[in-house]
Design a protein around this ligand. Sequence first.
Ligand code: ZN
Length: 158
Amino acid sequence: MEKTSHNSAEQNSQENQVIIMDIYADIILDHYKNPHNYGMLSKHNAEHKETNPLCGDIVTIQLAVENNKVKDIRFTGNGCAISKASISLLTDVVKGKTLDEIKRLDKNDVLNMLGIEVSPARLKCALLGLKTLKLAVYNYIIKQGNHVKEKDFHVKDA
Ligand SMILES: [Zn+2]
């Protein structure tokens, strides 16, 4: 009896883990099917396009920046569920954020947001959105005549 109850506790914890992963997978699937902020802005002042040749993901991000904050954001493009969902989630998160806050976002912020185990092969899919977003911010800052280094906007492993 003792042994059985121990086993079932362990099994429960494993089952909970699976349920949590399922919830995250549902969120990703939902964002993939109904991406948030998909489309183009009528007025934008920053834009960047990136591709992930390993998977074939393509994304263009447009920003409407006002007072150094992202007032609005849209994306277009096509890609796998992980790339599209992570971009969709990201567009929700960064609306209203300052350019400085976006500059500080990194790999782990995206992985935490996704909440699933991302295999090394899919890492570039997951990080494509953040890579594109940060380079759009870089483009905006340069266009304003400010001197910043592009490498300071790079995302590790993207
Ligand atoms: Zn992909």
